[in-house]
Design a protein around this ligand. Structure first.
Ligand SMILES: N[C@@H](Cc1ccc(O)cc1)C(=O)O
Length: 535
């Protein structure tokens, strides 16, 4: 029996209470351990579920998935102690048909954590021993290998979650670090358990369904996508400020009075960030000279940036609300309501809310790529960039003919943007009737979440490309404008970036720079809020 980790200040105590998306991400990214509460009330509440089931079985009651076949096979009775014990084993076994790439280690951790949080609600009929096994996996950083394809997102994520159930029972493979300083590698679960003196877990009636018949994979992936989106949205605002600065754009497009007239709060927040970054608090009054700005109106990719990025910012609250409700819900079937003394048969494994969040998030995020790609197009084109070199080449005038600066980077950004936009097709509208028409309306939430993550990767690449060019453009503008110079927040940011990437003078391949910038974005390297120091 694995020993529970004792609570330490850095451990998140799980006792059936709600957790936030941020806490989930901290666990997934390995910053936070979890600890199952030893509060007797919590443990008694959990144990009451399997006890009620046992009682029902003794009285020969009928419970879906415990004394019946699964799904459409509900009409087949399963009887006899041996068959009742074998049933959950069959469930994960016949679902062992996952395909596609394996989820990475962070995603696998998130999946295990999301399932654990849900089962801790105490209405899924699992034992404390099963919760302890899941906790043990997380704290030993031993994680199931989970192939990412094969879920229709209602009946939850049956096939990918079968890999969690099978691992608890000592089967299939786990990710484990060979040594503390080495990356995770795959090994047979049985071998790893033997080394830890851990016997395979034997699932009790209903525990297979409780583990698999829920939305943990899509919710875990969605939480990771949400987290990446919050940073990308803020970074897109910073990049926009650099582009406005490099293009000598009109900073008064972000005036506070202007945004008070159309007061979407997230959009107003982006305008505020732009005002702070550009150090332009307010537009001048009409009788001041010069009127407003030498260029009255910029193109939409800068003038309307708060309106594009604002859609992301204003959606964060409802995305969070859907995802946190799903994360903290019991989403399997049937539920065991001990207080009411009821077995409740329903369809909480239907991941429609996650699907909706992911379909809309990927559309809003792909629009960030489109915005940044248009900004990059203005930067590199000497017809629009107000005196900056063609393709922002940093070469000396004598070598200008030979050098092509950001030409290929811009072509790359166009390709990544097109690919991101192409992936915005909603997944949730592609329901298929399946499993002999028992699952005749499904959510496709897991596909939506996987799409969203791919879109995010592409948009982060576009952000890296535009950022690289934008700091080059900002420096070139400063050189042209002389002492009027770069606003302090932007100057500090450019300086921080110059620790990582050199100015582009003579042509050079920028793959390594772009990969480094993408990694920096993923690790939220720069503190972007006004007033915070840059990393
Ligand atoms: N979620 C299904 C159960 C199910 C489980 C496994 C399956 O292979 C199919 C269906 C239901 O409750 O109706």
């Amino acid at each position: 029996m694995p020993q529970p980790v004792t609570a330490s200040s850095s451990a998140l105590i799980l006792d059936g209470r709600e957790i936030s998306l941020e806490q989930l991400i901290d666990v997934a990214e390995g910053r936070l351990e979890v600890c199952l509460s030893d509060d007797p009330t919590f443990r008694a509440r959990i144990e009451a579920g399997p006890a009620l089931l046992e009682r029902l079985l003794e009285e020969e009651g009928v419970v879906y998935g415990v004394t019946t076949g699964y799904g459409d096979s509900v009409t087949r009775a399963v009887q006899g102690a041996d068959d009742l014990e074998a049933l959950p084993r069959h469930l994960y076994t016949f679902h062992g048909c996952g395909m596609g790439a394996n989820l990475d280690v962070v995603s696998s951790r998130a999946v295990v954590m999301v399932r654990l949080v849900s089962l801790c609600r105490g209405v899924s009929g699992v034992s404390v021993a099963l919760l302890e096994r899941l906790t043990w996996l997380l704290n030993h950083d031993i994680l199931p290998r989970i192939p990412e394809e094969g879920s229709v997102g209602a009946s939850g994520d049956l096939t990918p979650l079968s890999y969690v159930a099978a691992v608890l029972c000592g089967e299939r493979e786990v990710w484990i670090r060979p040594a503390a300083d080495q990356p995770h590698a795959l090994r047979p679960t049985a071998e790893v358990f033997a080394e830890h003196g851990l016997t395979p877990y034997v699932l009790r009636p209903k525990e297979g369904l409780a583990l698999m018949n829920g939305t943990a994979v899509m919710t875990a992936l969605a939480a990771l996508a949400f987290s990446r989106t919050t940073y990308l949205s803020r970074l897109s605002s910073r990049i926009t400020a650099l582009v406005v600065q490099a293009l000598e754009g009109n900073p008064y497009h972000f005036d506070a009075d202007l945004f008070a007239a159309k007061p979407h709060p997230g959009q107003a927040r982006v305008a505020q960030w732009l005002r702070d970054d550009l150090a332009h608090p307010a537009a001048p009054e009409v009788d001041a000279t010069p009127i407003n700005s030498p260029r009255l109106q910029d193109r939409y990719s800068t003038r309307c940036a708060p309106h594009v990025i604002g859609v992301v910012e204003d959606s964060l609250d409802w995305w969070r609300s859907f995802l946190e409700t799903e994360l903290n819900s019991a989403n399997d079937n049937p539920l065991i309501d001990v207080d009411a003394g009821k077995i409740l048969h329903g369809g909480h494994f239907y991941g429609g809310h996650v699907a909706m969040v992911m379909d809309s998030l990927k559309i809003a995020v792909a629009n960030l790529a489109d915005l940044l790609d248009r900004q990059l197009a203005l930067l590199v084109d000497s017809r629009y960039n107000r005196g900056l070199p063609s393709n922002l080449s940093g070469a000396t005038p004598e070598r200008a003919a030979l050098n092509h600066g950001y030409k290929a980077v811009q072509i790359g950004a166009s390709a990544w943007t097109a690919e991101a936009l192409k992936l915005t097709m909603p997944a949730s509208v592609f329901s298929r009737s399946t499993e002999c028409h028992n699952q005749d309306k499904v959510s496709m939430g897991t596909i939506a979440a996987r799409d969203a993550l791919r879109v995010l990767t592409l948009v982060e690449q576009v952000a890296a490309a535009t950022l690289h060019a934008a700091i080059q453009g900002t420096e070139q503008r400063a050189a042209l404008a002389g002492e009027t110079g770069t606003p302090p927040v932007l100057a500090a940011f450019v300086e921080a970036l110059r620790h990582d990437i050199a100015r582009l003078e003579e042509d050079r391949g920028l793959e390594a720079d772009l990969r480094l910038l993408c990694a920096r974005i993923r690790e939220r390297h720069w503190a972007l809020s006004t007033g915070e120091a840059n990393a």
